[in-house]
Design a protein around this ligand. Sequence first.
Ligand SMILES: Nc1nc2c(ncn2[C@@H]2O[C@H](COP(=O)(O)OP(=O)(O)O)[C@@H](O)[C@H]2O)c(=O)[nH]1
Ligand SMILES: [Mg+2]
Length: 189
Amino acid sequence: METRQEEEKKLRVLKVAIVGDGFVGKTTLLRRYCTGLFQESRVMTIGVDFQTVVINLGGERVKLTVWDIAGQERFAFVRDSFYRGSRAVALAYDASDPKSFYDLPRWRDEVWRVVPTALLLVVATKIDLPRAVPREEAIAFARSLPGPYYETSSLAGIGVERFFFGFARRALEGARLAERREPKADRWP
Ligand SMILES: Nc1nc2c(ncn2[C@@H]2O[C@H](COP(=O)(O)OP(=O)(O)O)[C@@H](O)[C@H]2O)c(=O)[nH]1
Ligand SMILES: [Mg+2]
């Protein structure tokens, strides 16, 4: 029989998703992180794309299956199954493109319609480019969710690891919350 400590060392598999307008840099962010570290798998399917990453959160290792909307941003019918079971969802916008920021409430509402228990995060991409969205506004939006706010540049390699650690922490938090609410829920990744 396993001790509690051994049990806790087991890898938890948590599904997360990254959403946002096309071209904001979602796929690049995921690749930037994965190519710097261990990339377990990469699967292409119709409409969605995912990668798994293992992140050590100070003692607890979690495996994130990160679902990336992969060019299907325009096709709502693909997205519901994509969100289902997500423990955390990152809302991504391009800090040099205001439209991508003002579209975030729509992404938030869509995610919450399908997975009301998912915890959210906000991630700004391309901070190497001239900023067109005031940082304070983005922080205020994140606070309204509520959720943490991260800034990244896949190009310059800024904030990428920090964001993924935050993503994993949020996913774990989301999983614990969901288990308290629906103790018999599927552990479908
Ligand atoms: N300057 C800059 N360009 C980026 C960055 N990340 C992605 N891009 C570019 O933005 C475009 C869209 O990226 P992609 O990852 O395909 O966006 P997605 O549609 O959200 O998955 C590509 O041309 C990328 O090279 C970044 O951090 N800085
Ligand atoms: Mg993409």
